[in-house]
Design a protein around this ligand. Structure first.
Ligand SMILES: Nc1ncnc2c1ncn2[C@@H]1O[C@H](COP(=O)(O)OP(=O)(O)O)[C@@H](O)[C@H]1O
Ligand SMILES: [Mg+2]
Length: 328
């Protein structure tokens, strides 16, 4: 490789990032879908665009994969401009959409062969790649059956296998696990991890906080066409108030004594609970219980809460994650 010599913005000796976008805008009529999106995804990493239905995730993927054009802004994939060099971009990417590209009427193997033809692999190479991918995605037994007979998880795996026929450097996965049961979802997660271990860059859209938390090196929260927060899962979690421990007491007198001993916390006289700050570590918890023990205050029960991406989502978008999922 020419080590980025063709791109003056790069430091010498450094390949361009897998994805770089600046100021992407897109509107349909009066409806602004993307309102200035910046993205930078280093090679060999998983980047997650997290957002509720209608946030603009698919629109972003469509722009980055050259399917549609932005009204404004620029995007480069593996160093190639999506508008000026769409063919080079297409050669470098694989896209698995929210809705499967699998043809249900033919077998898994035939679907794969079709992809091999599309990528101009010769017969022999096509067969080799197909066999290898069917094996890797645990589809050997199903290979000769019509895709219509596949479960959701199998279809998704076939879809991913088809995306990989062209050996893409950058893979766009648009909600790859929406509608899958937990077991199939975990299987897809495992595949995504293996892809990245193999050096591929993954751009993953999801509406599941847990998915982004599990997989992504970096997460951008997209809502109403804007990125409202970006960082690692840990960085995002630090945006919200810390964790807490909620102590429950059997009677108001114990609660009152605990509040006095600890000197901090949110007191609920009706629920007989006291909520005190705490990071959930054994050390903090022990110190807390020792203090209460020392004052002979009896605690009935306790629960711990560490901030998760759900809290982050609520903090940056003003609505809880479960609410947005339920609206669909
Ligand atoms: N071709 C289109 N014409 C008109 N509106 C569109 C079109 N594509 C998307 N939209 C609108 O843009 C918004 C974002 O859509 P989309 O990018 O599909 O969101 P997401 O993938 O995050 O659910 C939605 O309000 C959607 O209705
Ligand atoms: Mg979508």
């Amino acid at each position: 490789m020419l080590r980025g010599m063709n791109s003056p913005r790069q430091h010498p000796g450094q390949a361009p990032p897998a994805i770089e976008a600046l100021g992407l805008r897109k509107a349909y009529g009066a409806k602004v879908v993307l309102d200035g999106i910046d993205l930078r995804v280093p090679r060999g990493t998983i980047f997650s665009l997290l957002g509720p239905n209608g946030a603009g995730k698919t629109t972003t993927v469509q722009i980055l994969s050259t399917l549609i054009r932005a009204d404004a802004g620029t995007a480069r994939i593996a160093g190639h401009d999506v508008v000026a060099e769409p063919q080079s971009v297409r050669a470098a990417i694989g896209v698995t959409g929210q809705f499967s590209a699998v043809d249900n009427l033919i077998t898994g193997e035939e679907n794969m062969a079709l992809m091999a033809d599309l990528h101009h692999l010769d017969r022999r190479e096509g067969r080799r790649v197909t066999a290898e991918l069917l094996e890797r995605f645990d589809l050997v037994d199903a290979a000769k059956k019509p895709a219509a007979t596949y479960s959701g998880g199998m279809r998704r795996r076939l879809d991913l296998a088809m995306t990989l026929v062209g050996s893409p450097e950058v893979i766009f996965l648009d909600e790859p696990t929406t509608g899958l049961d937990p077991r199939a979802r975990h299987a897809v997660w495992q595949i995504i991890r293996e892809l990245v271990d193999g050096g591929v860059t993954v751009f993953l859209t999801t509406q599941y906080l847990e998915e982004a938390d599990q997989l992504a090196d970096r997460i951008a929260v997209l809502t109403d066409g804007r990125i409202v927060a970006e960082g690692t899962a840990d960085e995002l979690k630090r945006l919200v108030p810390g964790g807490h421990v909620r102590l429950r007491f059997l009677d108001p007198a114990e609660l009152a004594r605990a509040a006095e001993v600890l000197g901090v916390g949110l007191r609920d006289d009706e629920a007989l609970t006291l909520q005190v700050p705490g990071d959930g570590s054994v050390h903090t918890l022990r110190a807390l219980l020792d203090a209460l023990d020392g004052a002979r205050v009896a605690v009935d029960s306790l629960t711990m809460h560490t901030p998760d991406l759900d809290d982050v989502f609520f903090a940056v978008t003003g609505r809880p994650e479960h609410e947005k999922v339920r609206t669909r």
